[in-house]
Design a protein around this ligand. Sequence first.
Ligand code: ADP
Ligand code: MG
Length: 700
Amino acid sequence: MNTNLQTPIDYLKGVGPNRADLLRKELGIHTYQDLINLFPNRYLDRTKYYKVNTLQRNSADIQIIGMITKFQEVGQKRGKRLVATFKDETGTMELVWFRGQKWIRESLKLNTTYVVFGKANWFNGKFNIPHPDVELKTEHDTNLRSAMQAIYPSTEKLSNRGITNRVMTKIMQNLFLETKGKFVETLSKKLLENLNLISKSEALFNIHFPQNLEVLSKAEFRLKFEELFYIQLQLILKNLIHKSKIKGFPFEKVGHHFNSFYKDHLPFELTNAQKRVLKEIRNDLGSNAQMNRLLQGDVGSGKTIVALMSILIALDNGFQACLMAPTEILSVQHYNGLLELCKYLNIKIKKLTGSSKTSERKKIHEALENGELDLLIGTHALLEDKVKFKNLGLAVIDEQHRFGVAQRSKLWKKNTSPPHILVMTATPIPRTLAMSVYGDLDISIIDELPPGRKAIKTVHRFDSNRLKVFKFIRDEIDKGRQVYLVYPLIQESEKMDYKDLMDGYESIARDFPMPKYQISIVHGKMKPADKEYEMQRFVKGETNIMVATTVIEVGVNVPNASVMIIESSERFGLSQLHQLRGRVGRGAEQSYCILMTSHKLSNDSKTRLETMVRTNDGFEIAEVDLKLRGPGDIMGTQQSGVLNLRIADIIKDSDILQQARHHAKQLLEKDPSIGHPENAVILETYRQMSKYKNIWNYIS
Ligand code: ADP
Ligand code: MG
């Protein structure tokens, strides 16, 4: 590591104690190294000059040569601003400062040629540039300048106190002059050669002072690769260490339960995806290491049967198993389903939820501890301290996004040695993101639906077409189908939403009058018992239409319901729309999803609707969702560090991420301890990295 890069930023020419203080506070820049790793947000072409009379409204950043002819203070108190009249040979415009006026007034001269640079606004019949970058023309001409001008991250305080982008660039230039632009290489020769990467020094120079687009993109690639490579190396190493340290129970045999179920009681042929995933799980269970696997599969892809067969392997090896779901409804559904599937097998299954009676609980606790009970299904109630297993070998968690890491670790403690863990989720996150976020989990994916499913037909209709939609509903009901009608519920305006729902209900009740039509209504303000009653009426087919808020999102299974109408669907997120749609398409009939909206749609809403209409694929939808919302909203990303990336973008650079992961894996396969001399650079960099939180503090 180049020691002089640890020099405090105060010592750099052009910085000094005041600016150093600001840089520390505003951008976290303490050392030369921090500064070199302050990567530009974007680049501008500063070889191009505009004229005042050619400016367009909404033009982006512009650069103009001219003179200030007048300063004027305008407005009072908070509206006070300094306005400079700026003139070139074609016309005049204004430069405006809302802050730092004294400093500006003192440092800028009248009738002197400047180059001003910034974003032009159209205001009161004139163009103006608020807080422009202003540079003497004479200085502008002598500066080291490339066609692509770096624009650095900044803050309000920095620009108020005179640390403009121009100043940042100047400081950066000084850093390169002082270090002669020589930086220690942080990737091995082999990687540089194999991937045809440019050197560290060349990359750093060109990320800050790109000589042309081609070399800029090479610099970006090299630095992004490096960043992702070291993150992946760390994640994979963590996973390997976990596997070698934490011994699992090897489930060596595939025994009676599994074989008899597979040969005689499997109700259908497994899909190839199910077979593949089952193999992955069996490999894990048979090895010495503890399994920690995430099973992703869209709604209806058949995760339950995979879970059951994994459980059977545990039982065949003399262990107990448990299956945990986030809600009572889902646990009951699993309990009934698995009882049915296992009716010819000799295994003991019980259910434990919040509403289990005390006497029943006691029996379950006993049977668990003395080993009579083979499989326990339930809710969070399984995590209570009183629930002790004789020998828990496998824990399956359904809908993992509702359980946190803390709860997973509670399951671990149910045994002397941690059980194998399988978590299942129906709200997939894209594979590339999953790789980075869940570094400690292995991932299996069911990417195929069971055969014979009819794809749900999805359409978008404007509210003005409501009559046609109602006609469609009538036709479907005449065919014997049932219909969901869902209204949005957003916490902040609960009252209004409730009113929407009630208005909607009344209008539906008018258009679908009793006694021919029966309607259920379910919303969050109802008592649980009333809710349950209304749900049951719909489940039993006593009502034709279910008017509801999103409370039905999880756990309702009514195969005869074939139409899902989502009102104000522009107000729903993509994954929620997809989950709602998953309520239909469960029976043999063709199912439909109708997305109702007003005519006013934002671009994001349009994208969401188009995506829903185009595809039923949960993974594709997750990708789009991620692009729209960014990774910040996705569970687990907050802790994972993927958001602290300096230069790579987890979504846009997923190709580079795959390559980085591939090379990190390959390296560790060939050289698990990173001890080979040719990897010395990598080991050294990795060691440095472990000392710091942010990886760019060491990759220099
Ligand atoms: P999810 O992945 O959403 O939990 P389930 O496991 O509940 O999906 O399966 C959805 C439905 O598909 C169930 O009724 C199940 O019996 C059925 N199913 C699962 N696998 C297959 C298969 N290979 N062939 C036919 N039907 C299947
Ligand atoms: Mg399921």
